[in-house]
Ligand binder design. Structure first.
Ligand SMILES: [Zn+2]
Length: 137
């Protein structure tokens, strides 16, 4: 599980007592030595990074959470949901284009629809048939 602090993304290295030891998630491409320790809810940097922070990371997380919230509370076209929310997160939508969240968004929608009472979909189906037969007349 990753965490973001001040524009840097960290992965958990180990846990000991009440401390969680983190290291920079960008360690592989950047050779960053950035490290931190979290005690309770307090995070402190123990070793500096060798690269600039990316403050759009927080926005990407917020964007992703918002997409999930909408997908699990209403039925709509997932691309339309993405398009309308991306205007609220301009920086994040440049990093997280439609390609990356689309599968998750469909899954969230499917799970949400499965939680809806069956009767709703039956009523909906009936309405569809009615409209169809009305059209034939
Ligand atoms: Zn780093």
């Amino acid at each position: 599980m990753a965490e973001i602090h001040d524009g840097y993304r960290y992965i958990i290295q180990r846990r000991r007592n009440n401390n969680i030891f983190f290291m920079c998630a960008a360690r592989i491409p950047t050779l960053s030595t950035g490290r931190g320790i979290k005690t309770g809810n307090i995070f402190r940097l123990t070793r500096q990074h060798n690269h600039a922070p990316n403050h759009s990371l927080e926005e990407v997380v917020a964007f992703s959470r918002h997409l999930r919230r909408v997908c699990t509370s209403q039925i709509a076209n997932t691309f339309d949901i993405y398009e309308s929310l991306s205007q609220m997160y301009p920086q994040a939508s440049r990093t997280m284009t439609w390609r990356s969240p689309q599968l998750n968004m469909r899954r969230w929608q499917r799970n949400f629809m499965n939680t809806l009472p069956r009767i709703l979909s039956l009523t909906h189906l009936k309405l569809c048939f009615q409209t169809e037969s009305n059209l034939k007349i």
